[in-house]
Design a protein around this ligand. Sequence first.
Ligand code: MN
Length: 293
Amino acid sequence: MLELSTARSSIVGNDLTVKRALPGKPRRMVGAWCFLDHAGPMDYAPDHGLTVGPHPHIGLQTFTWMIEGEVMHHDSLGNRQMIRPGQVNLMTAGRGISHAEVSPGGESGRIHAAQLWIALPDEERERDPAFQHCPDMPRIAQDGFDITVLVGSAFGQTAAPKVYTPLIGFDLESKAAARTTLALDPSFEHAVMPLEGSAIVGGQEVHDGELLYLGTGRDSIDIKTTAAGRLLLIGGTPFGKDVLLWWNFVGRTQEDMEIATEDWNAGRRFGTVPDTGLEPLKAPPLSGLHLRG
Ligand code: MN
């Protein structure tokens, strides 16, 4: 199976335009990966980088892969962590956390990053919130690609991010035309998204701004670039149930969303994010809540 879809444009924080590939049409999830934003690569003017004030999450892990630039993470557990190129930040919301993400202040800069959300399975949704900074990811050179293992195990190495369903993630960078075959777990479903340039994956051309879903049942995939490029590959055990996404929440029912929204608006459950100087984000009106899933 090869299913090509186009990411839509969205605005994150004050004014950063991203390409949102998940949830998409027709593909809403790939394993437990339920959200995929690609920011940049782009240069930004002073004060026009990423500025996302304090906001809450439930039921998910936010997974940030930094390729170029730097972003400061602040959360309600008291963590304050700059993420730099080649690093992953993994924040586990569980029953509730709040955080802010901010480009270094007052300067121009460059940003290239992917932020994904991982839906927590039912038995982990209410767990304690946590934050994990992963400064060193496994890197392998193969057939002209520099491959970073972002999550899961491959090439005899296991990436540090702690997740709660079987997942895999790779960043593949080629400096010139290259071709390789990547081993996959056939019980996983997989998808690829070029982060720079284009690629030919399983014989299908796929461009920056597109997501190519590969389905399950593949024990390998052929990946080819005709010039320098970069590709994100994600996969995991099919999640097996629909999840509801609304604003920054992943849940199962409309009631989950209503309670989380009321708790955030009342200043309960999500703690406070210290020292950002930014106004907390307001939840959109619940009247805009339409069940999806
Ligand atoms: Mn967030």
